[in-house]
Each structure stands twice: as C-alpha cells, then as structure tokens.
Write a protein that binds this ligand. Structure first.
Ligand code: WT7
Length: 699
C-alpha cells in the first residue's frame, strides 16, 4: 500500500541536517514502522503508552473497535481498564519525573507587540491546580460539562487542564462565535458553568466577550436552561475593584471585585478602551477573587481510559453542529505521537501553532500534544496582519521559533504582500513548516517553501478533521519526499482507502471517497447526546469504513491528494461550515422565503459564501436588506459565516421533485456556463435569469 519506491523527480526533500536528528530519518524507516503500526497496532501504541503514567494497567486488547454497522454498534475503545489523568501526564509528570519544572511551557505573545508573559511547567501546574480547586469549590464534579468561551490567553489552557484534572469535560467555544452559537452549544452539552473573559482585542477591534456571554446566558434562561455560574477573567480591565469599568463605556452595574494579581498586573500595556463588564452578582464570579486563597495543591482525579475528555462542536451537513466527543487515553496517545513524529519534536524546539484553541488544531497542537512531551510553545493572541504584515516573522525571530504550523489561508493572505515583509526578519531558526485546514494550492506551497522557509524547511501538509483528533495523512519531515499540494501518506496506524460510489475499494491511481478502514486511538467516540447521528454521519454510507466526507485522488506514485468536501459543507479559511446552517440563518429573516448557499473559490479564504435568496411576496430587495441579512448571519453563527455575496433569486433551479440543484448554483456563482447535465431541471428559464443578475461585488 505504501509504495516501495518514491519518485526521484519533482519532489522535495528534508535537509540532511534534519535527517541527522530526526526520529524517522528515511522513507524506508517510515515504511517499516508504518507496516508494524497497521499489522500490529497494539504493539505500536503500546510503545507510545510507555511514555506516560498509568495509575492502573489496561486489560485485554489495546485497541478494540467495530466500524461495521451491519455487525452491530459502532465503537472504539483504547486501553480499556486503564486509569490515568491527562493533566497529570502533561504537567506533574513533566515537573516531577522529567525535571522540566523550570522549562517554559508557553511564551504568551499578546495582540499588542510588547504584551508578553512566560509560564514555566511548574507555574502552569500550580495555576491549573489552583483553578481546579476553584472549580471544585463551585461544585464541578467528574463528568460535569464546563463551557469555555475565552480569548487566546494562558488562562484558557489553565481552564481546560483544570477541567481535565478533576475529570470534568470541557466544551470550548471559539471566541469568534456569536452569542446564539454559544447558547446552542451550552444547551446541547448541558453545561453547568461558563468560563469567559471581559474581552479582548483582535487587531484594533475590541471584542466585548462578556456582553456576548451575557446575551448567550440570557437566551439559555429564556429557553429554560439557566446556567447558574459564570467565571469571568479580567484580561483587559485593570484589577481595581469596585469602580465602574471601562473608560469609554457607560458605568457597569457592578464591577468585578478584584485583586492585584501579580501576573495580571500590567499585562496589557497600551491604554486601550476596556470593555463594559456588566455584573450580575447572582451568576457572575470573578476569576481573580476566586483564586485568592485557592491552594495550588490538587490531587488529580484518576479517570478511566474511555471517560470523556472534551466535547468540541463542528458543523454538520444538517445545519445543527455536532458535539464531537473525545476520550482520555486514546486522544492523549494520538496527539502526543503525531506531535512527536510530524513535527519531529526535539527538546530544544520552540514550537508555534498559530491556530486558535477554540478549534481542534489548538486543542491537539497547542495544548495536549506539545505539553505531553514537555515542549515549549508560543501562544499568540493576535493577528498575522497586526500591527503590520510582518508580525508572524517578527515573532519567529523574537522567540527563535523552530517549528511553525499555520493554515493555507494565512499563507495566501501574507503572500499578497510579497516577500519584503518576510525578508525583513531572519527566520534562520526555522526548521519545519506545517499547514492544516484545507488543501494548499501549489502556488502558496511554493511561496511558503521558498520565501518563508528559504528552501531549507520541509512542509508538513497535514490532513485531518475535528473527528480524527490528530493528523491522518501527512508527510514526516525528514522521511517523506514532498509533492506540493499533496498530504502524501498515512500516519502510523492509519489505513486509508478510496471508494467508488458503490463502495468498492479502488486500487492504484484513482479518485473517489476518502475513508479509513481501521480505528486509531484519536478517533472520536460519539456525537455527544446523539449516538445515532454519529453512526449515520460517518458509518452508514459505506459499512466497514469511517467516511471522511472528503474526495481524494491517489496518483501513480501512491500519493494522496484531497480534492475537497463532497457533501454540503463549505471550507472557509480552513473551517467547515454547513450550507444548511447559513441557509437557516437567512430564512429566519422575515423577508426571506427560501435561501441556498454555495461556495465560490476565494483567493485567500479558500471558499467564500455565495447566497441566493428568494423573497417573500411583498418584500423588496435593497441594500438595507442585504445589510440586515449579513448581520443576521453574523449574529446567528459568527463572523466566519458572513456572506460574501447575496443575490436576489426570484426562482431557484430545482429538480422536478423540488430539490435545489446546488451544482447549478455553484456554476452560476462562478459564472461558468458549462452546466453539465440539466435534464432533471424543472424550469431552465430560472437559470438564465440568475446568470443575468449575478453579483459582481461583495456585500
Ligand atoms: C476538513 C476538516 C483538522 C484541523 C482543521 C480543520 C479539510 C483539513 C486539510 C489538508 C486538505 C484539509 C478537509 C477536512 N482539511 N486539513 N491538509 N488538506 N484538506 O478541521 O473543521 O474539522 O475540517 O478540513 O476537508 O474534512 P475541521
């Protein structure tokens, strides 16, 4: 399955220097270990498990699963019977057994240059223990769900690990999501407590997070799900107690009673306006006040391997987000192993993943994977373009970053400004570059490789999904010859296949559905509260396989190339959105009778949202309506889903049975006249009309 020979031409190789220190230094070694990992996964994962602490040993087979619905329930179990604590493994073990207490866990770099903090493993352990005690004092117990809605600050890591320490299940909601989205997620996971912050800056834009959190909690209350407690971190506001907060905001009802916390003081240097923080003493609790007097000693709660670790929501094609549930042991092994091999982790690395912790990339490759091996990471709050487009490279030089992991959308954005902003900085510390989120177009790949990495650094193009927990198809930096745009070959323990429409496995060069045949430890275990949705979404279409929903091509050399989603999902800036989710936000507007949303290729974002809307009788289409619709989608979902184009569509192309033909709408959005087979189209005059009235400018 993995080719014996890899091509000698038109491929790129890691440098000899890199090969010298690498864990996997040649393609032959990769093949050898790969074969072992799929023939005997128990041995392979058993070896990885030796790097961690187990309170009690597992019983029976290491990895057990059923992927075949015709044979009964779908399940995946890893190290059943073992007990451990992931927070203990990430922190206590590194501090007490590996002597890494003084090693920096995170260099926090704020939105504003000059705002910085560093946290060692020992400090992180103490802060996590303190906060775990706070959670306990608020009645949080093993198995309880806790929602976290926070900016990219060290306290976000503290909050998630404190949950893990006491066996509570975190559900992090990306701070770019709207109040409505937060409410939906809190209710779906039935969280008893919310952790948030006053606000944060994205570039020069203030995000008043607490106001959004309040709005979400109000909505929860109205829907009959009151959340009794909300812990608020003061990230921007000064910790001077009872005076009204916010130099430019109206006085708050009552401010958060706070204390001078050493680490907090002066964190934000520039004097920005601070957000308004209304205070509801019935619900709101001040992070800093709670920490006062909390002990930094907290025994970990020993959990079963298959106890839940976290829930993370991802878009689903029906429109309602799915709560992807990951469990403790398998996720720990998988994120640790992928982190070690894919970034070829070495103890002196300074590693930087630019993702937000609110997405799976941040969960797996800012928090869990790197901390598992005691790595030093940069945790960046800001934007690649603020205060200018050199910011990333300035940070690379400042901390001497060796391994850098970002998204194609960021690369394409920076590529627009040319090489000069990159070349202002040395970047000579860089050894390995990575990408994730969507297929990287060869042009962006070459720019990343030549300009950013100066042809010195291999690029690991990592294909994976929220559901997978960690990398699935990826080069290993010193072993795999790279082809620009291909995620190359499977990670250890991963067995991909390409199926045709009838579910037959295709051999050799071919194109079809990307599926996985065998379980791996990092696989999701269920959709929270909806097991049947889990089964239907991933296992019903082709019994015996996990279906990714992505199309894939295998070339003559055996390389895998992801061709994009084959369901009604859009990939905007590396994040999935469902067309149904956006459509339902649009039709909630009283003027809209029907909506259809398709993706249109976008030079930076990958895909942009092109929305067709049919008005109700009596409604008129104008710019006010456009602005309202845009606002509505932002409020329902968040800024990431903001429509780029909205077109008035008096009629939509439908089949005779009334199904919207999105394939045709995609062509209209791109102004491509070659529509293919339109024999099922009920009324073809609709199509011409839509071509005539295409949108040329973004709204
Ligand atoms: C979808 C998963 C996993 C972290 C970020 C996104 C697309 C992801 C690649 C890649 C081609 C990719 C797929 C996948 N995708 N990485 N390297 N090459 N496509 O997580 O929101 O769960 O999205 O992102 O379409 O199914 P997600």
């Amino acid at each position: 399955m993995i080719p014996d020979q890899v091509p000698k031409e038109d491929v790129f190789h890691g440098s000899d220097d890199l090969k010298k220190e690498a864990h996997i230094s040649s393609f032959e070694k990769y093949k050898e270990l790969y074969t072992k990992s799929v023939v005997n996964p128990d041995d392979f994962w058993g070896d990885i498990a030796k790097d961690f602490f187990w309170k009690t040993k597992h019983k029976g087979q290491f990895l057990q699963y059923n992927f075949d619905v015709t044979r009964g329930k779908i399940f995946i179990k890893c190290m059943e019977g073992a007990s451990t604590n992931i927070c203990y493994n990430l922190l206590d073990r590194n501090v007490h057994e590996r002597n890494l207490g003084d090693k920096v866990a995170f260099y926090w770099e704020g939105n504003e240059p000059g705002d910085e903090l560093k946290v060692t493993y020992r400090e992180l352990l103490h802060r996590v223990c303190q906060f775990a005690n706070v959670l306990k004092s608020q009645g949080v117990k093993k198995g309880d769900r806790v929602s976290i809605y926070m900016p990219m600050v060290v306290e976000l890591v503290v909050a998630m690990l404190a949950c893990a320490r006491i066996g509570a299940v975190h559900s992090i909601v990306f701070a770019g999501f709207s109040a409505e989205s937060l409410c939906e997620r809190i209710m779906d996971s039935q969280c008893s407590l919310l952790i948030t912050a006053d606000g944060f800056y994205r570039g020069d834009k203030l995000i008043s997070l607490k106001l959004l959190a309040d709005e979400a909690l109000q909505k929860c209350r109205e829907k009959g799900f009151p959340v009794e407690k909300c812990i608020v971190l003061k990230h921007l506001s000064k910790e001077t107690e009872d005076t009204p907060l916010g130099s430019q905001s109206p006085p708050a009802k009552r401010s958060c009673p706070d204390l001078q916390q050493e680490k907090q003081t002066g964190r934000i240097k520039k004097t920005h306006p601070v957000p308004q923080v209304p205070w509801n003493p019935e619900v709101d609790l001040c992070w800093h006040a709670l920490l006062r007097g909390a002990s930094n000693d907290c025994d970990p709660v020993w959990c079963e391997s298959e106890d839940p670790l976290f829930i993370l929501y991802t878009s689903g094609s029906t429109g309602k987000p799915k709560g992807v549930l990951h469990t403790i042991s398998g996720y720990m092994l998988y994120t640790a192993a992928t982190f070690k091999f894919v970034f070829d982790y070495q103890p002196d690395d300074i590693y930087w993943c630019t993702a937000d912790i609110g997405w799976i990339t941040g969960h797996s490759y800012i928090t869990y994977g790197p901390l598992a091996y005691g790595a030093t990471s940069v945790l960046f709050e800001g934007l690649p373009t603020y205060p200018d487009v050199s910011r990333m490279w300035e940070i690379v030089d400042k901390y001497h970053v060796t391994k850098f992991y970002t998204a194609p959308t960021a690369i394409r954005l920076l590529m627009k400004y040319g090489s000069e902003p990159v070349q202002k900085y040395k970047r000579d510390s860089l050894k390995i570059l990575g990408t994730v989120g969507e297929p990287i177009n060869p042009e962006a790949w070459h720019w990343y490789y030549s300009v950013v990495g100066e042809k010195r650094c291999p690029i690991v193009d990592t294909f994976w999904q929220t559901e997978n927990g960690g990398h699935m198809l990826t080069p290993l930096p010193a072993a795999t010859p790279m082809k620009p745009g291909s995620a190359t070959f499977p990670f250890f323990g991963v067995v991909p296949a390409i199926l045709n429409e009838s579910g037959e496995e295709l051999e050799g060069p071919s194109e079809g559905y990307l599926v996985f045949k065998q379980a791996w430890p990092g696989m999701m275990r269920t959709v929270y509260g909806n097991y049947s949705r889990f089964e239907t979404t991933y296992f019903k279409k082709f019994p015996g396989y996990y279906v990714t929903g992505d199309g894939c091509r295998r070339d003559k050399d055996g390389y895998y190339w992801i061709t994009g989603r084959i369901d009604d999902m859009l990939n905007v800036s590396g994040h999935l959105l469902s067309t149904a989710e956006v459509e339902s936000a649009l039709v909630e507007h009283e003027a809209i009778a029907e909506a259809a949303v398709v993706g249109r290729p976008h030079p930076v974002k990958g895909e942009s949202l092109y929305c067709f809307v049919t008005l109700r009788d009596g409604a008129t289409y104008n710019q006010t309506l456009e602005a309202e619709l845009k606002k509505q989608v932002r409020e329902k979902i968040g800024a990431i889903a903001t429509p780029d184009y909205i077109q008035n569509a008096p009629g939509l192309p439908k089949t005779r049975s009334g199904k919207i033909m999105r394939r045709v709408l995609r062509k209209i959005a791109c102004n491509e006249r070659d529509l293919g087979d339109t024999s099922t189209l009920a009324d073809s005059s609709v199509v011409e009309q839509l071509f005539q009235n295409r949108c040329f400018t973004t709204v």
